[in-house]
Design a protein around this ligand. Structure first.
Ligand SMILES: [Ca+2]
Ligand SMILES: [Ca+2]
Length: 178
């Protein structure tokens, strides 16, 4: 009797596993065919920080540091590419102390590319800063990078975590090596 019961249980388990394998093997269903229209959640862009931190830690490097990278993210995702505008301020001089490809002394922009195939990962983009050596005693320099505005095909996007002032700014301290 006990053996019989075990067989019944095993059959049920096999049936459940079989059903699950059918469901999992189904092609990804097309939400457009179901009449579902995608609408964007209120989105924002901000510097990517660990966990719930409201401010990015100041990054310390020196003129021989090679490069520094800050990541800008759109944590709630986006339906299209986001252009993010940023400004430079501080004592570090563009073209003398640092360089950013495609930017100018005032600042520049980066594009967070929307990847429709990648629903699970957050859309984000690295901002790479090249550090320049100058062979002169010029002291420590500070570079502030401030996110100013952002937009995608759907319209303007808030800047700062959750549209607040948090995580709008990054600070890079560049020590003199001469
Ligand atoms: Ca310098
Ligand atoms: Ca120097």
């Amino acid at each position: 009797m006990k053996t019989y019961n075990n067989k019944m249980i095993m059959k049920k388990i096999l049936l459940i596993l079989f059903s699950a394998s059918i469901i999992m093997s189904c092609d990804e269903f097309d939400i457009a065919d179901q009449g579902i229209v995608l609408e964007e959640l209120p989105s924002y862009v901000a510097f990517n920080a660990n966990g719930t931190e409201a401010y990015l830690d100041t990054v310390f490097t020196d003129e021989n540091g090679g490069s520094a990278t800050f990541n800008v993210e759109a944590p709630t995702g986006t339906l299209s590419d986001i252009t993010v505008n940023y400004e430079f301020s501080g004592t570090a001089i563009f073209g003398t102390d640092f360089n950013v490809a495609g930017a100018s002394a005032a600042g520049g922009s980066l594009v967070i590319t929307h990847d429709p195939a990648d629903f699970l990962d957050f859309d984000n983009k690295d901002l790479d800063i090249s550090l320049l050596t100058d062979a002169i005693v010029d002291g420590e320099k500070t570079l502030n990078i401030n996110l100013i505005s952002a937009s995608n095909a759907e319209g303007q996007i808030a800047v700062g975590r959750g549209g607040t002032d948090y995580l709008k700014s990054a600070v890079l301290v560049i020590a003199d090596v001469d």
